[in-house]
Design a protein around this ligand. Structure first.
Ligand code: NSP
Length: 240
């Protein structure tokens, strides 16, 4: 079993070094241990070695499908809260990327599993799921564009981190007949390019932030990273 000890969290994110992205680096430094926990999680390990029961993945997939609608709304609130048209466009295109890009991974699996979009849209979010999105939506309602970016970033970056870690530690994982598609999607250059864009805006939005303001961004990022861990746990236990 591959070890995660000594693993550098930064090396996989955005397919790039984070040397010049000091805010993002600070956020990642604060969550190193939480993120290492994802790599040890049985659900993630099950995707990596192909041993995860399809029923568990089915439950996760449907929860994640409804999660992404609310996640997209957090970006939409970023449009509402921004004054700079370029930042508005960035948040708006992320809404489109989630609804029309990332969710295609889910729709592909739904087809394979015989689940219609209408059925998926009716799924009741579990408590960890709705708590996570309620937290992000509260940040989005009450705070500004930089805080919104800090709230969405853990979700965006941690999947790239997980998928690329799987690819580099499980050489056959990408070719797995069922989980390969999920791994390829989140380890893809398209997904990394979108993350590089989010990182660049995180840096821009926080460029003149004071230390207390950066501390607030860190708190949000840490909270969302903890919610990510709860989501994996929820998926593993199949708990509503
Ligand atoms: C819960 C969760 N976290 C992250 C991702 C990747 N955007 C996701 N689809 N779902």
């Amino acid at each position: 079993m591959p070890t995660v000890l000594g693993y550098n969290q930064h090396q996989f994110i955005g397919g790039t070094t984070l040397k010049n992205n000091k805010t993002t680096q600070r956020l990642l430094d604060a969550t190193r241990e939480i993120w290492e926990g994802y790599l040890k999680h049985p659900f993630v390990r099950g995707i990596a070695d192909g041993s995860l029961e399809i029923q568990k993945f089915r439950f996760y997939l449907l929860q994640d499908y409804v999660y992404l609608f609310d996640y997209a709304k957090v970006f939409a609130q970023g449009v509402v809260k921004s004054r700079d048209p370029e930042v508005m466009r960035m948040f708006a295109s992320s809404v489109a990327n989630i609804l029309g890009g990332e969710m295609n991974i889910h729709r592909g699996y739904m087809k394979r599993l015989g689940i219609t979009e209408e059925d998926a849209e009716r799924v009741k979010p579990s408590l960890p799921n709705s708590s996570y999105t309620a937290y992000m939506r509260a940040v989005a309602a009450e705070e500004g564009p930089a805080e919104i970016m800090a709230a969405v970033l853990s979700c965006a970056l941690s999947y790239e981190y997980i998928a690329k870690w799987i690819v580099s530690n499980y050489p056959n994982a990408e070719k797995h007949e069922f989980y390969g598609e999920w791994i390829q999607g989140y380890a893809s250059e398209d997904y990394a390019a979108e993350n590089r864009r989010l990182i660049a805006y995180m840096e821009q939005l926080a460029e003149h932030y004071t230390d207390p303001q950066l501390e607030r961004l860190t708190d949000i990022f840490v909270d969302c990273s903890l919610y990510e861990g709860m989501f994996w746990e929820m998926a593993w236990n199949g708990e509503l």
